[in-house]
Structure formats: C-alpha cells, structure tokens
Design a protein around this ligand. Structure first.
Ligand SMILES: C=CC1=C(C)c2cc3[nH]c(cc4nc(cc5[nH]c(cc1n2)c(C)c5CCC(=O)O)C(CCC(=O)O)=C4C)c(C)c3C=C
Ligand SMILES: [Fe+2]
Ligand SMILES: [Fe+2]
Length: 365
C-alpha cells in the first residue's frame, strides 16, 4: 500500500500496484486503459439457454465420453463414488455405449444430434426475437458447448447481467439444479462476476400450457386417424428422489392435469407415464413401456403419445417413443400409433420461450 501512494517509486512492488491501480482506476477515476487491457464490460444483458447435452457423434467413443460425464454427475446418480464409479467404469461404460451409439445412429441428422440441432435453432430464434439489446447463447450441461465457456463468451461481449435458462419445464435436482451448480462452479472462479438470474420451472405457466395445447391440437388434427388414447410421457426419475422431496413428479402431474383440462372434449382418454428407466432401482411409475403394452392388451387400437417435459426432440423421444414405443404398441395388437413432436422450434414453442424469458428479464430490458 505504501508504494501505491508514492507513484514516483520504481520498485517491482510499486510497478505491480501501479498496474492494479490503473486497472481499477477505470471505474474509480475514468482514466485511460492501458493498451493491453481486455475490453471493459459495457453493461449488456445476456441469456444462456442450457439443455442436457448429447454426444458429438453416434459412435462408441463419443457416446462413452458423454455417458461418462453425465453418469458421474452426483445430481444424476446419487450413489457414493466408492460404490458407483467401479460399476460405471467397470460395467456400464463397457457395455452401454455400443448399444446407445446404435440408437443414436437411428435418429442422427446431417446437421448432428437432434437435441443439439434444435437447441441451436431455439437460441438463434430467441436472439432474433429478443433483439440486439440482449445477447443469446446456448450451452450443454454435458459435453459441448460447455457452460463455463459460453458464460465467458457472454461476459467477453460485455454482458454483466445474465439470465441462465435451463430448458426444463419441470424442476429436478438432476436437471435444473445441476445446470445452476455447473454455472456456479464457473462463477466461483471469477473475480468480477456478472449478476445472475435463473429461469424458474415453468411446468404450470399458462404460456407453456397454451403452447402445448396449440401444438398438440395442430398435430392431432393433422393425423389420418383419431386416437382413442393420448399418453403423456415424461422422463423418469428414481422413486427415491420423490421421497426425498424432489418436486419433479408433482410438477409432471400438474403439467399433465392442466393439459388434460385443455384437451378435454376431444374424445380422448389420457395416461400419464414415465419413460427411460435406468438401472435396477425403483423408478417413478407407471413406466411408459408398460402403459403401451397394457393399452394394447386392453384392446386400444389407436394411440398417440407426446412428451411435454422435453423442450426438444432427442434420443428419448425419437428412438425410445417413436420407434421402440411404436413396436411395443403394434406388436401388442394396436393398429395406429403416432409419436407427436416436442415444442422444438415451432411457432408455439418459440412464442412460449420468448414469453418466459422476457418475464425473467423484466427490469433488465
Ligand atoms: C440415472 C440416470 C438418469 C437420470 C436420473 C436421468 C434424468 C433425466 N434425463 C432427462 C433428459 C434426457 N435424458 C437423456 C438421455 C439419457 N438419460 C440417461 C439417464 C438418466 N437420465 C441416459 C443414460 C441417457 C443417454 C441415452 C442412453 O444411453 O440411453 C436425453 C437425451 C439426450 C440426447 O442426446 O438425445 C434427455 C433429453 C431428464 C429431463 C431427466 C430428469 C428429469
Ligand atoms: Fe435422462
Ligand atoms: Fe407427486
């Protein structure tokens, strides 16, 4: 501190403190920046859209890397490392990647994994709709583009207020919370942090229910058959997470109830179910595959299925529901099956995203 005040002094400590002082002085005294100083933040607003993540290619190696990161997240698999890591590294990562890569190959597009392609187009559409006053980026919780890197990109562009928007309508520790944790890991390392807001779950938001209603009605009306049953399938979670207080199950049930109220009067019967069971523990029930088999066995001939909890079509909807689910239902005796698309970058979906983002940005824009 002594050398800071004696600006004529040329000792090393003085040179160091003078440099620190000059940088701080930008805000304190509005002095000129040194030529090599990084750009000073200029008070822009950023939005970081985040989804789950997906492998870089539908091949064993990239799928193994992706699953290794995903399934090592303690928010996703809540088993102590000493027990879980040997199972994961010794068994799961030696068997599952090959099988999952085959499944990914069935849904892969020339532009890449559906989840990545759709998330990218949602971010581009939000940039267009929110205008130049807001900078929109997207990141993935697992894999690329990484949250820390895109947060830094927003800050480098001058954003000092950032809305972190995990695109999960229903909150769960394994999805929403782990995105916030990962962003916090990056923020923890920053001297000068941006102000952060997070997008709350929007499972019962009228804008979300409106969008689902409009998009599902549009798709149901375009079918060449009239379904008797509409299955609303949500991603599953271990039953234990519900018992420990995770609100995910209740939020799925609420979305389902609100949607059924909107679609009442269309002559449909509704089933709510949970898909993608993983491992031997008990998961939320009823399981989607069980419901499809039950319906077929009970004589239902025409069935449609939608996945309202997924903001973008992905392996779980395009392969598990639209391919495996179809086979299960038709092999059981059903005659007509339709897997309806997620909101994706539909007009209804984008209007809903814009509406929830604008609400969270209020006071900033
Ligand atoms: C313990 C395992 C898993 C939990 C818990 C889990 C929760 C969960 N996942 C999603 C959304 C998605 N999951 C996707 C793929 C996927 N999920 C698991 C396991 C758990 N998910 C695995 C192993 C996989 C990979 C595919 C496979 O090998 O079967 C995807 C699709 C990703 C893609 O690349 O397309 C999404 C989306 C939610 C919303 C959720 C909890 C609420
Ligand atoms: Fe999953
Ligand atoms: Fe519940």
């Amino acid at each position: 501190m002594h050398c800071l005040r004696r600006r004529a002094c040329a000792c090393a400590a003085s040179r160091f403190f003078r440099r620190v002082y000059e940088v701080r002085a930008v805000t304190w005294q509005d002095q000129q920046l040194p030529a090599d100083h990084p750009p000073v933040k200029s008070g822009r607003i950023g939005v970081l859209i985040v989804n789950l993540g997906t492998p870089d290619a539908p091949e064993r190696g990239p799928v193994k890397r992706y699953l290794g990161e995903f399934l090592s997240d303690k928010r996703v698999v809540e088993i102590p490392d000493i027990v879980w890591q040997p199972i994961l590294r010794g068994i799961i990562l030696n068997t599952r990647p090959k099988r999952s890569a085959k499944a990914y190959a069935k849904v892969w597009t020339p532009e890449g994994s559906p989840l990545a392609v759709i998330t990218r187009s949602q971010a581009a559409a939000m940039q267009e709709r929110l205008g130049q006053g807001v900078m929109v980026e997207y990141a993935m919780r697992y894999g690329q583009p990484a949250i820390a890197e895109r947060l830094q990109a927003l800050m480098d562009a001058g954003c000092d207020r950032i809305l972190l928007a995990p695109l999960y309508p229903q909150y769960s520790g394994a999805t929403t919370a782990t995105v916030v944790d990962k962003a916090a890991d990056a923020l923890r390392k920053m001297r000068w942090q941006p102000a952060i807001r997070t997008l709350p779950p929007y499972h019962d938001d009228p804008a979300y229910i409106d969008a689902l209603e409009a998009d599902l009605v549009r798709q149901l009306d375009a079918l060449d058959f009239a379904p008797e049953v509409l299955v609303l399938s949500f991603h599953g979670m271990p039953q234990r997470t519900l018992e420990l207080g995770d609100p995910y199950h209740c939020q799925c049930q609420k979305t389902s109830r609100l949607l059924q109220e909107r679609l009442a009067g269309r002559g449909l019967r509704f089933r709510t179910s949970f898909q993608s069971r993983f491992g031997p523990a008990k998961w939320l029930e009823p399981a989607t595959d069980t419901v499809l088999k039950e319906e077929a066995a009970a004589g239902t001939k025409r069935l449609a299925i939608a996945a309202p909890g997924f903001s973008a079509d992905c392996l779980e909807t395009l392969e598990e529901l639209a391919m495996e689910g179809r086979d299960e239902f038709l092999e059981g005796g059903g005659t007509h099956f339709a897997a309806l698309s997620c909101l994706n970058a539909s007009d209804a979906g984008l209007a809903m995203l814009e509406s929830v983002l604008r609400r969270e940005l209020s006071g900033w824009i």
